[in-house]
Design a protein around this ligand. Structure first.
Ligand SMILES: NC(=O)c1ccc[n+]([C@@H]2O[C@H](COP(=O)([O-])OP(=O)(O)OC[C@H]3O[C@@H](n4cnc5c(N)ncnc54)[C@H](OP(=O)(O)O)[C@@H]3O)[C@@H](O)[C@H]2O)c1
Length: 247
């Protein structure tokens, strides 16, 4: 049997029903973690992740919450308190992107982008802080467009910059208990949100010397390392995984 560095650990992965989150949940399960597969709308996807983990001999459960709503996050943690009862790893993967010109700023886009990308990870981390066992892990998600902001997507970039700032602060706050906090900073990655835009897929692929975009499993590999005991001294960092694309 393959080595399981996360045996005995419990991992919450937000947005585990599709995209990068699905790959992360399956990878952490492969490494031995019990998986809490969170979803907001993708119940079928989260249930499929749970079934796949169980079929492989692992443990998993799916819980729903709109992470932009603090009451729903609290309700989900009440379920986590019942089962599995504790946490070792939190992957704040959920995120949404929306763009548009400055002159056409829509209230619903502001609420979604700030709520899901910035406040959601804060609400999750706040509930997780007292429940994470010593030497736990918090893994946040930014985007390479936080480093290279695109025209028309300034609020998304700014929300991700806020997450990178949280990361440094939380690493100092939680580090006293051996808990590490890092941010993964992907470039364009498939399967994931980039799939809805062939034009941007081509744009990002051409800006990497490797002339392609990333694979979700490549991002899951980075998360698996940060979640592992081997990463105990890596904290407060923003880990860029974008194939050296300059966008
Ligand atoms: N793919 C890329 O090119 C790329 C590049 C840079 C950074 N990222 C970042 O990587 C992370 C994963 O992105 P992805 O590409 O996998 O995106 P995706 O395929 O569009 O999936 C988005 C995820 O966010 C969840 N979500 C949406 N609204 C939510 C809400 N109100 N509450 C809780 N969860 C919600 C979705 O869950 P439901 O389906 O259940 O609603 C879904 O699992 C994000 O943080 C994103 O910003 C992605």
């Amino acid at each position: 049997m393959a080595e399981q560095p996360l045996a005995g650990k419990v991992a919450l992965v937000t947005g585990a029903g599709r995209g990068i989150g699905r790959e992360i949940a399956l990878r952490l399960a492969q490494d031995g973690a019990t998986i809490i597969a969170h979803y907001a709308h993708s119940k079928a996807g989260a249930d499929e992740v749970v079934a796949t983990v169980k079929a492989g001999g692992g443990e998993a459960v799916a819980y729903q919450a709109d992470i932009a709503k603090r009451a729903e996050v609290k309700a989900m943690f009440a379920l986590i308190d019942q089962y599995p009862g504790h946490l070792d790893i939190v992957v704040n993967n959920s995120g949404v992107s929306a763009g548009g010109s400055l002159a056409d700023l829509k209230d619903e886009d502001v609420d979604a982008i700030v709520g899901i990308n910035m406040l959601g990870p804060l609400y999750i981390a706040s509930e997780a802080a007292s429940r994470l066992r010593d030497n736990g892990r918090v893994i946040n998600f930014s985007s390479s467009v936080a480093k290279y902001p695109l025209a028309g997507a300034g609020l998304y970039s700014a929300a991700k910059c806020a997450v990178e700032s949280f990361t440094e602060s939380w690493a100092r706050e939680l580090g006293t208990r051996g808990i590490t906090v890092n941010t993964v900073v992907p470039g364009a990655t498939s399967p994931g949100m980039i799939d809805s835009s062939p034009e941007y897929t081509e744009f990002f692929a051409s800006s990497s010397p490797m002339k392609r975009i990333g694979k979700a499993e490549e991002i899951a590999n980075v998360v698996a390392f940060l979640a592992s005991p081997a990463a105990s001294w890596v904290t407060g960092g923003n880990i860029l995984a974008n194939g050296a694309a300059n966008t």
